[in-house]
Write a new protein. Structure first.
Lengths: 372, 762
């Protein structure tokens, strides 16, 4: 909270060169600016782009040279954008690793031009981190004043008319979740310590909330019915199409590997085996699937593909091989359930040899690399 | 004058509108429609004034089996509009496609499906381009939602779409045959029409191929194909329903959501969207789901927003659906929304989504005009039911020993076998050996009966014929399991049909002889044996066909039983029943069983004595041999994990023999008394299962013996009646023994000392 009242440093203009992961509006600043420059559609009040341009920013537009940034049903994007233009918030739910956070970041960048007004939910999240807190030195010397107030994302989003992202909202205690209720329905945040006009922050046009929640966390903190009513729910599903998922893994892992200084391109057949195995183990495709209790998301597949490439390159100066998949999978699978390791072993022993192709037989041959 | 071709999507209201507009403007001499050419002589029948949806149901019954196919029509089918509007405009209307029984339709149940539209690369590319989820949404987006598009622009749009699609779609030879045939009709009609126009309405994918094909070639009217020799084919109209229209899946499916498109056709897209919203809300409220006014306002706003974003003049089908799901579903979903994926809905779908899909489908049910010709089966069934006083709803109780009631029972069973709705047996004999002779039936009236009966006509012209054909089909179907074979045989007896020619007996015998599931073969043997021995009531007693099956099944049981190896495991009751069925076959039907008794005894003794046989089977082997008059030496196993299972086998086969001979039970009594507490608990479940083979009276006899051996004089019956659940008692015993172990370990029982010397407890 130290950079509280600093000037609006978010948004296009950050020097992205040495950032590990710049925010979406910086990563795609060029596309956003182009869209805004050519945007002729009507903009909902307070929006940075028209709805159509925002949609093209996310689902892509080949003719306009806009890349596709989210792989999934286009109707999901339509529904989400229209929701944000109404008075209800948007709740993205789904399994971990289905790119909910990425989607919320992209939407926020498209709608507000800024995706960094973010509250990260957790057991330790307090109201201070959502609404506002105080700079205690100033508070003691001057008393409560707008100068000593440290605004948190909700207050800033309301005052500036921007989209606020609330990640993992179900990880917060119920009472903290409930503090959102009046903000969402009354669209006003009271600061009782301040007097006069400063004491009430009214939401400007363009303010709304995108929350994300994991379905695997269900039951950790159930959401109250009152809060549910203030959101439209959108479920984000794993990618249904093998080819699409493969292309995504190839692209994302390739980019990560380049950043890590790996020069050898990945082997296509190794990636195919990897993505196939992930889909089987997710239990979503085919009757051979042994469903693991660990989340076998596309994001996890990307990180395994990355690790496979790293192993191959830095250990042997060659692209990753199926044996590396086994070694990396062991870490993924055995993360929180020893039974998963047994399932993985059964999969490698019984399912891998049924598939044709040398990569599958290499995978089968490397099954002894599993620990235990 | 060359023909004008309109390429349509089947059941599309926009295409139907285009067809109507073109007919009104062109006043063509001929309207040629993709549809079964063998119905041309019966077009009047189609136009009698039915309530749609209806379908032309066609079948071909041949030696190899019966094939069926449907050509459904609803009010918004372009083909239907072509028929009705063409007729009204004074045009000659003709169907020009091959009959449904033709081999070109061998892989198709639904003439008007549009598989290629859904599953092609082009469609996928177009979907990406327009940023829509799938081909149905794409279709709405391009065609259906633009109700104000003028016919010329619409036709142009359709032609562009289908040309691109056809350009990249591989066409099967079956479709080639159909297109060649349809083109011949077009050429003949153009020649006959002279300078008057000819309008051709076919699926959009056929149009690009038909245009060049129709340009060159002979102009004689093509012949209407007749069913191949030795087979019988025909077509009838059947009432259809929106639900059936929507029920085709995958490649067989056509335009989904007939309920929605029916509104679109009648009232236009704006009112259709309203109607959909209203119908979903009503359905949900009828089912006590909470739908508040605020939700509806939110849904309507959302639908408007989505339509605007997607560039629709009015909310389209998926705009409304997407809006409803945003407004009404406030949970995570377990499965994809059906209209964003392949349209199917799996069990466990969100209740709101289920009702939305139901509202899309609609409830409309078609009705045929009273004067519609029906297949002979229909009048035969009606006549038979009236004669036997079975033509009204209610409960019917039959006494199968009476001749009239037996006839009534057979008629009802034939209807049941044909799967005609509204006929349900609530009780009655369940097998040949079942002494029950009363049957109770529940008869209800249902709209589904007529279509089912018309479709059953595919199997035969009279009720017994149709039932016999269907049972034969079940019996010869390689997918029918051995256990179902036996049920099919029982059905022949119940239906009183002679479905079993001698060659069929042989084929069943062959199937039984190669089956590998001992329990299933045993079940078949039991059923067939019951029919062969007892069923004078149904007239199957002593049937030579059944005798053949008995022989095959008995031999197979013997073979499979000897081939079963394995260690200790719980008793497998079906295989014990199989051996019991073999015992009965040898006792009561020895003349028809080909295996000699000595050989059976040899096998039985081998099973009983070999070491690698599971205990239940070993016991059953001994029991079989004993029951057939050759008691071997009885060695009751002493291992607690074998004892009960072994006894289950023995008791299943030779219960009476065991009772008559005191020694087995005495030995067993001794063994059980010698078991330690733990071992007893291990043996207990299997022992209980074993004694379940004795009926209560015999269990009392056993209890008597038990008391007598101990010199006690008490009521044996009291011993059998426990006041607590035995499972509970066993659990209590297990708990007690665990507690005692603990007490001993900790040295808390008098006279014991702690086993852990470094005791840290204070």
């Amino acid at each position: 909270m130290s950079d509280n009242n600093s000037t609006d440093s978010d948004g296009p203009g950050i020097d992205a060169a040495d950032l590990q992961r710049p925010p979406a509006e910086v990563r795609h600043a060029d596309e956003l600016n182009r869209l805004r420059a050519t945007d002729t559609g009507a903009r909902p009040p307070g929006w940075w782009l028209s709805m159509d341009a925002a949609r093209r920013f996310i689902v892509g537009d080949e003719a306009g040279g806009i890349s596709r940034k989210f792989v999934g049903d286009p109707s999901l994007i339509d529904r989400s954008l229209v929701t944000l233009a109404t008075s209800r918030g948007l709740m993205l739910v789904g399994e971990p690793g289905t790119a909910k956070s990425l989607l919320s970041e992209l939407i926020a960048a498209a709608v507000s031009g800024v995706s960094t007004l973010t509250v990260q939910g957790g057991a330790a999240t307090t109201e201070d981190q959502i609404k506002y807190s105080w700079n205690y030195a100033l508070l003691v010397s001057e008393g409560p004043s707008p100068r000593s107030l440290v605004p948190a994302p909700m207050l800033r989003g309301m005052a500036e008319g921007r989209v606020v992202r609330f990640e993992e909202i179900t990880r917060c205690p119920l009472e903290v979740q409930d503090s959102m209720l009046s903000l969402l329905s009354e669209r006003v945040l009271a600061v009782p310590e301040l007097t006069g006009r400063d004491g009430m922050v009214f939401a400007r046009d363009g303010f709304n909330v995108i929350a994300t929640a994991n379905t695997r966390d269900r039951g950790v903190n159930e959401m109250s019915a009152a809060l549910k009513r203030r959101f439209n729910f959108e479920t984000v599903f794993p990618i249904s199409d093998f080819k699409t998922e493969l292309a995504l893994v190839e692209q994302e892992a390739g980019a990560l590997l380049r950043r890590s200084g790996v020069e050898a391109p990945q082997r296509r057949d190794v990636l195919e085996v990897l993505v196939h195995a992930f889909r089987d183990l997710r239990g979503g495709s085919g009757r051979d699937g042994e469903r693991l209790s660990t989340v076998m998301s596309t994001a996890e597949a990307v990180s395994v593909a990355h690790a496979v490439g790293l192993r191959g390159w830095f250990l042997r100066r060659e692209p990753g091989a199926p044996a590396d998949i086994v070694a990396c999978l062991a870490g993924t699978a055995a993360k929180d359930d020893a039974e998963d390791l047994a399932r993985l072993r059964r999969y490698l022993e019984q399912q891998a040899p049924r598939r044709s192709g040398s990569a599958w037989s290499e995978l089968h041959g490397a099954r002894y690399l599993l620990p235990g | 004058m060359p023909a004008e071709f309109i390429g349509v999507r089947h059941h599309s209201p926009a295409c139907a509108r285009l067809v109507a507009a073109r007919i009104a403007e062109l006043r063509p001499a001929y309207v040629l429609v993709e549809g079964p050419v063998d119905m041309n002589d019966r077009l009047d029948e189609l136009l009698l004034g039915h309530e749609l949806p209806i379908a032309v149901f066609s079948y071909l019954r041949a030696e190899g089996g019966t094939r069926m196919s449907w050509s459904p029509f609803c009010d918004h089918s372009p083909e239907w509009v072509a028929l009705t509007a063409g007729r009204a405009a004074g045009a000659e209307v003709r169907f020009i496609d091959l009959p449904a029984w033709h081999s070109a339709f061998a892989e198709r149940d639904n003439r008007y499906s549009d598989g290629a539209l859904r599953y092609s690369e082009v469609t996928a590319r177009l979907c990406r381009e327009f940023a829509v989820d799938n081909s149905d949404t794409l279709w709405d987006h391009m065609v259906e939602v633009h109700a104000d598009l003028d016919p010329v622009a619409l036709a142009e749009r359709l032609n562009t779409y289908f040309d691109v699609l056809r350009g990249e779609t591989t066409i099967s030879t079956a479709d080639d045959d159909r297109e060649t045939y349809m083109a011949a009709w077009v050429r003949a009609a153009v020649a006959a029409a002279g300078d008057r126009p000819v309008l051709v309405i076919t699926g959009g994918l056929h149009r690009p191929a038909l245009i060049p094909l129709a340009a060159t070639g002979g102009t004689a009217w093509p012949e209407v194909p007749t069913p191949p020799a030795g087979s019988e084919g025909d077509s009838y109209l059947v009432p259809y329903s929106n639900r059936r229209l929507d029920a085709f899946q995958g490649y067989q499916s056509g335009l989904p959501s007939p309920g929605y498109y029916e509104r679109l056709w009648a009232d236009g897209p704006a009112r259709a969207a309203e109607g959909l919203l209203e119908s979903v809300a009503t359905r949900l409220r009828d089912r006590n789901q909470r739908v508040s006014t605020a939700d509806l306002i939110a849904a309507r706003t959302q639908a408007g927003g989505l339509a605007a974003l997607r560039g629709h003049p009015h909310p389209a089908r998926t705009d409304v659906l997407d809006a409803l799901v945003s407004a009404l579903v406030s949970d995570g979903l377990e499965q994809r929304l059906p209209w964003t994926s392949d349209g199917t809905i799996a069990p466990g779908a969100h209740p709101v989504v289920v009702q939305m899909v139901a509202a899309l489908t609609g409830d409309r049910v078609g009705r045929l005009h009273d004067a519609t010709p029906a297949p002979p089966l229909l009048s035969a069934v009606d006549g038979e039911l009236a004669a036997l006083a079975l033509d009204r709803a209610g409960r019917v109780t039959l006494d199968l020993t009476g001749e009239r009631d037996l006839r009534r029972s057979r008629v009802l069973h034939r209807l049941r076998v044909l799967g005609i709705p509204g006929v349900r047996r609530t009780s009655g004999p369940t097998g040949g050996a079942d002494p029950t002779s009363a049957e109770v039936w529940e008869l209800t009236e249902t709209d589904l009966r007529l279509p089912a009966l018309i479709e059953a006509a595919a199997y035969g012209a009279t009720l017994p014929d149709a039932a016999a054909v269907l049972i034969r089909r079940r019996v010869t179907d390689p997918d029918t399991g051995v256990a179902e074979l036996a049920a099919a045989l029982y059905d022949t007896a119940l239906c009183g049909v002679d479905a079993l020619s001698s060659d069929l007996g042989e084929r069943i015998a062959d199937r039984v002889a190669t089956a590998s599931d001992l329990g299933a073969v045993g079940a078949a043997l039991g059923t067939v044996l019951g029919l062969w021995r007892h069923d004078r009531l149904l007239g199957s007693a002593g049937s030579p066909v059944l005798a053949e099956v008995i022989d095959a099944a008995a031999t197979r049981v013997l073979w499979l039983a000897e081939g079963t190896h394995g260690g200790t495991g719980p008793a497998d009751v079906p295989r014990l029943h199989a051996l019991a069925a073999l015992r009965d076959a040898l006792r009561h039907a020895e003349p028809v069983v080909g295996v000699r008794l000595v050989d059976v005894l040899g096998v039985a003794q081998r099973i009983a004595t070999r070491a690698d046989v599971p205990p239940d089977l070993a016991g059953a082997g001994l029991g079989l041999s004993w029951a057939l008059g050759a008691p071997g030496e009885v060695h009751v196993p002493t291992a607690p994990n074998r004892m009960g299972d072994w006894l289950a086998g023995l008791f299943a086969l030779a219960r009476e023999e065991v009772l008559a001979d005191e020694s087995v039970l005495a030995t067993l009594d001794g063994h059980v008394a010698d078991l330690g507490d733990d071992d007893f608990l291990v043996a207990l479940p299997a022992l209980r299962q074993a004694f379940a083979f004795f009926p209560p009276a015999e269990r009392e006899t056993i209890a008597h013996g038990l008391l007598a051996r101990r010199g006690l004089r008490r009521s044996a019956r009291a011993l059998l009646r426990t006041t607590v659940d035995p499972v509970l008692a066993a659990e209590a015993a297990a708990l007690e023994s665990r507690v005692e172990d603990l007490l001993v370990r900790e040295g808390l029982l008098p006279g014991s000392s702690p086993q852990t010397p470094e005791g840290t407890h204070d």
